[in-house]
Write a protein that binds this ligand. Structure first.
Ligand code: PRX
Length: 572
């Protein structure tokens, strides 16, 4: 198939010559941007906030925050004050020490950002949790990481099973009328009273910074640990991929519960000294377009599902707003359909630049750059300094246009350093100690562009969120009516995939619409709304291997009316 490439539309980008840079660039050059290159003193929060607060960027706005109730702005100087105060709050009211885990479980608000960067200033490892997580999901993560403290809100407190979390010593509550004791601290009050002078904790480049739990196809979610050194790639990609400049107003729409919301919602933009908008509240086409108009957003990073939802809202609504401030639009999380790129050309008069990366990679890896033509449907080319390839199952590179495993040569700066307490899982990502296996299948064309084809495992991507089928199946099995459960991703035009569950019922239960509704609520309340199956189909029996493993590929074949393939391992 011949794909028309969209040409470069602007002369000047910071990454000017992709081929030459990809050939010659060394990460050592990027390290020189940071003060630690000379001082030897490392801390992500210093580079993202304090450094700018000491420079002529002191009075530059770092954060515009807006939701239905609040509209505030904070300069880099203000951010230094508030994050120093937050660090002092932890110091005064908890036993948190360097390397301990502190979780943040709350909706977006300025306090979330103070709390997170304050913890980084302490040398604490931060675990961000998406606000929609319910008790089961929260429990698994806090328990696995032996979290010592959490910052949350009174509304969410009920989802934290305190009596079953022996390591959790301190709970910082962000809200009004907080009753305090040794364990429960009024975060806002403490913040107000705290000193704004804090001696930052210098760490090693390889010390833990952030712990994002993410899903695989088997087992509980795993804790992906990133270190302070990830800043090198996060910063460099802000320049080359986002093409960020000093006068940009940048908006990343992702929640910090997910890696995009930290790497490119916190660290990346502030490392680059960028003015960044954080919009709280839920998705709404009007609110989003209005934000672009009002804040004169120039660089916008969002996701295919959001673009498709905007597309679905129609062109009439677009016309109500002035979106001409947009200079550079980017996407991440799922395949970006050529359809959506076409729509972007029509409504924004901009190419949408796809970027591919993962929780495990910590920063953008394969991208479309301003200086290169875009081939709609392709993820683009590797970041200079990153070596990507398509390899077979033995780690051997395959020729162009051959489908295989999308792999990255080990050792890029923002690579995960650990799967929390699970060395075996960590090692299982690598082959021959050389290649990192992404779990995605793809091919490369003869121009070196990569084309995403699918996941090689059963991981589901729904509205850009990664859901492990095992976690959903485990929750389903806790429901008294359910005997067996198998969960797959079913292709969906808006959400990429939706979650579909096949269930067999226990004796005494009958399929019904009420039961479907009840099961959906059960997963919503126990795990998270985005993990609840949108479709549930009842079966007398599910396809299993002789060892009793549910055969999801057979379920998928049933669903898509495809051949079921080799059934030799299936029980009778
Ligand atoms: O399957 C790929 C898909 O998202 C997976 C990673 O999910 P997560 O760790 O939650 O990180 C998402 C955002 C960094 C990948 O294995 N994915 C991510 N970006 C793209 C993509 N699939 C196709 N095209 C992309 N641009």
């Amino acid at each position: 198939m011949k794909i028309e490439a969209l040409p470069v539309v602007q002369e000047e980008y910071q990454l000017k010559d992709y081929d030459a840079t990809a050939r010659d660039f060394q990460w050592e050059e990027a390290e020189k941007t940071f003060t630690w290159y000379e001082t030897g003193k490392v801390n992500m929060a210093y580079e993202a906030i304090d450094r700018h607060a000491k420079s002529d960027k002191k009075d530059k706005v770092a954060l515009y925050y807006q939701d239905a109730d609040r509209k505030e702005s904070y300069t880099f100087g203000d951010m230094k004050t508030w994050t120093d105060k937050a660090a002092n709050v932890y110091k005064e009211h908890s036993n948190l020490a360097k390397g301990d885990r502190l979780f943040i479980f709350m909706p977006r608000s300025p306090e979330l950002y103070f709390a997170l960067l304050g913890a980084v200033k302490m040398g604490t490892i931060v675990g961000p949790l998406f606000e929609a997580f319910m008790e089961g999901a929260v429990y698994d993560r806090l328990l696995d990481s032996e979290a010592k403290a959490i910052v949350t809100t009174p509304d969410l407190l009920g989802r934290i099973p305190l009596d079953r979390l022996p390591d959790l010593e301190t709970v910082f509550l962000v809200g009004d009328n907080i009753k305090e004791d040794d364990k429960f601290i009024d975060f806002n009050k403490a913040l107000k009273n705290a000193s704004d002078a804090f001696e930052i904790e210098w760490v090693d480049k390889e010390d833990g910074l952030i712990l994002h739990y993410t899903s695989g196809s088997t087992g509980k979610p795993k804790g992906i640990l990133h270190v302070h050194y990830a800043m090198v790639q996060q910063y460099q990609s802000m320049k080359w991929v986002m093409d960020i400049r000093d006068d940009d107003i940048y908006w990343c729409t992702a929640d910090p519960g997910w890696v995009t919301g930290t790497s490119y919602g916190i660290f990346g933009p502030w490392l680059a000294g960028t003015t960044s908008l954080i919009l709280g509240g839920r998705f709404s086409p009007d609110a989003w377009y209005k934000a672009i108009e009002e804040y004169k957003i120039t660089v916008w990073y969002s996701a295919p599902t959001a673009f498709r939802m905007l597309m679905g809202a129609g062109d009439g609504i677009v016309k109500k707003y002035d979106l001409t401030s947009l200079r550079h639009v980017l996407s991440v999380g799922e395949p970006l359909n050529p359809e959506v790129i076409k729509w972007g050309m029509q409504v924004f008069n901009k190419r949408i630049h796809d970027t591919w990366w993962m929780t495990e990679t910590g920063a953008q890896m394969i991208c479309n750059y301003g200086c290169l033509p875009i081939k709609p449907g392709s993820m683009g080319k590797p970041l200079p300094g990153v070596k990507a390839a398509i390899i077979d199952n033995n780690g051997v590179e395959v020729p162009p246009f051959t489908m295989g495993n999308l792999a990255i040569k080990k050792g890029w700066p923002s690579m995960m350093r650990q799967v929390w307490k699970n060395q075996e899982k960590f090692e299982s990502y690598f082959i021959n100690d050389e290649w990192y296996f992404s779990g995605d299948s793809a091919y490369m064309d003869d121009d070196g562009y990569f084309w995403f084809q699918g996941r090689v495992d059963d991981v589901i991507m729904t509205s850009g969120e990664r859901v492990g089928p095992f976690e959903v199946e485990s929750k389903l099995l806790e429901h008294p009516a359910i005997l067996e459960a198998g969960v797959i991703g079913k292709p969906d035009p808006v959400r990429g995939e939706i979650i579909k569950a096949f269930v067999a019922l226990n004796e005494g239960y009958e399929p019904s619409d009420e039961l479907i509704e009840e099961i959906q609520q059960f997963v919503k309340k126990g795990l998270a709304a985005h993990a609840a199956p949108r479709e549930i189909e009842f079966k007398d029996k599910l396809p299993k291997t002789r060892s009793g493993k549910i055969m999801r590929r057979v379920l998928k074949a049933w669903e898509l009316q495809l051949p079921t393939g080799d059934l030799s391992t299936m029980e009778d």
